[in-house]
Write a protein that binds this ligand. Structure first.
Ligand code: GLU
Ligand code: ZN
Length: 279
């Protein structure tokens, strides 16, 4: 069996326990399967990515005993690939330009007739303010959203599903529209959003197994939808438990107290880290 997996951190902060758990799981499984383990920097958001974080992450991973195959991929060098995918979706008539700010989205979703705003993987489900705006061509001055209703119609299928362990998890057409909605595929001045870039990267790296935290399970429906629209294969997904702190609170990205660098400073060993995350 071919087994290609990856770890794709965003170099916007230190590697913390939760990341280390993801990386160790994926790495161990790849090595056990005689497969490939790739390291990829999710640095598409250049306003937040920092080279020193990328370096620190690599250093922490090496210290943990993690080795990766081939060169490290960097998303900010792959704009051309993302734009090509975006263009294909645009040619299918599934995209529209959106100029709403976060505040606009919030205000529209909070309008009295709307009831409580519904939340999806990216926050508030987009209320559709700009849906009527066709784009004559793709430019980078506006965000680009997918029209979920049209996308489901285009696929002519009633369900988006994927395999998790032995189980099939699915969302039907209405759930895709109401629980996921018109997510952003390219931000203003950015070639692609996380959803599109990660899907293109996984395809180009021939990833067969994606192993990541369960906070991303709902985002996987977006990724599978994009794979189907673009004709890419769908990998097998594993969404692991999240590592929580002593109070049961989810570890935040900026929770530097749980940064691997801090544990190293305090004299912990890689084995201690494995124990801490339950490996
Ligand atoms: N950069 C993303 C994160 O750290 C990657 C998620 C993924 O593996 O798809 O959350
Ligand atoms: Zn809009």
């Amino acid at each position: 069996m071919i087994f290609n997996t990856r770890f794709a951190p965003s170099p916007t902060g230190p590697l913390h326990l939760g990341h280390a758990y993801s990386a160790l799981l994926a790495h161990d499984r790849a090595r056990a399967a005689n497969g490939q383990f790739y390291l990829r920097m999710d640095d598409i958001d250049q306003s937040r990515a920092r080279v020193h974080w990328a370096e620190q992450i690599q250093d922490d991973l090496s210290w943990l005993g993690i080795s990766w195959d081939g060169p490290i991929w960097s998303q900010h060098q792959r704009s051309k690939e993302y734009r090509e995918a975006l263009q294909r979706l645009w040619d299918m008539g599934l995209l529209y330009a959106c100029t709403c700010t976060r505040a606009d989205v919030k205000a529209a979703a909070n309008a009295p007739q709307e009831g409580a705003p519904l939340m999806g993987p990216d926050g508030i489900i987009y209320p559709g303010t700009c849906r009527h705006r066709e784009i004559s061509n793709l430019d980078s001055r506006a965000a680009v959203r997918i029209n979920m209703k049209n996308a489901m119609q285009h696929l002519d299928c009633d369900e988006i599903s994927f395999i998790e362990g032995r189980e099939k998890i699915g969302k039907n057409r209405d759930q895709m529209i109401n629980e996921i909605g018109d997510v952003v595929l390219a931000r203003k001045d950015m070639a692609a959003s996380y959803h599109l870039s990660i899907v293109v990267d996984d395809k180009d790296q021939n990833i067969t197994h994606v192993i990541r935290g369960e906070d991303l399970r709902d985002a996987t429906f977006i990724h599978v939808l994009l794979q189907r629209l673009l004709g890419y294969p769908t990998p097998e997904y594993t969404h692991h438990k999240l590592i929580r702190d002593e109070n049961g609170k989810r570890l935040a990205k900026r929770d530097d107290a749980r940064a691997i660098a801090k544990f190293r400073e305090d004299g912990a060993s890689p084995k201690d880290i494995r124990m801490l995350v339950g490996l």
